[in-house]
Design a protein around this ligand. Sequence first.
Ligand code: DGL
Length: 271
Amino acid sequence: MPAPADVDAPLGIFDSGVGGLTVMRGIMSRLPGESILYLGDTARVPYGTKSEETVIRYALGCARVLVGRGIKLLVVACNTASAFAVDALREELGIPVLGVIEPGAHRAVQTSRSGCIGVIGTAGTIRSGRYQAAIQSLAARSRVVSKPCPLFVPLAEEGWTHGAVPRAVAHEYLDELLAQRIDTLVLGCTHYPLLSDVIAEAAGPGVALVDSAEATADAVAGALAAMGGARKPPAPEQYQFLVTDDPAGFGRIGRRFLGRDLGSIEWVDVA
Ligand code: DGL
């Protein structure tokens, strides 16, 4: 990819809603100085239960809004959109597009010693088989076991991330995977890092958790360096937020996902 015309242009990030703020948080700490324009498609969340065709259509709509505002690189923070729509986005957009699946798969392969890796995500992400395929293309002898864990999403949004209820849900979902003797577990959904304490407790000390958000932040840094697109300090970075519905709710819940106040949030229409 050639260097962007404007290295001061923001990185674009989109997700079905607040979850992608965990990815934004990783990118903010890995790349201070980069401006970010974030779009949460809160009018159409969740993506995890939708068909591939619908997710591709939604993802293209979100990406067009961000590209129209002059981003230099697009990060698909949503695992479900990464699973279904990255190919279509790369085909249509004239800028680099990074999903969260390849970086997460890469980190999982680096982390696992036994080669037995668990992947958890939304129903759509697991059904797509994208994590499984990405891991196996990097390490053909690995064994991947996966499971959709849909209830983790509302628990994270409710702030119900500690205590008996999420602990019971984590065991219900994970015990079957743990019986397969995994040594690494990929948190293949934007919301799961908020539940990492209860997931780690249920998984036990022999299982390493892989957070795709951190791996994706490294991948974004690498892509910017490779294309000569990194912003030069000391120009101050700017963070801007767009949503397709309920800016107030997004700000309230998003605070926990980003770890700080979001400031003003603009309402946009996405076709
Ligand atoms: N952001 C989604 C993901 O990472 C989870 C929420 C949803 O289902 O839209 O797959």
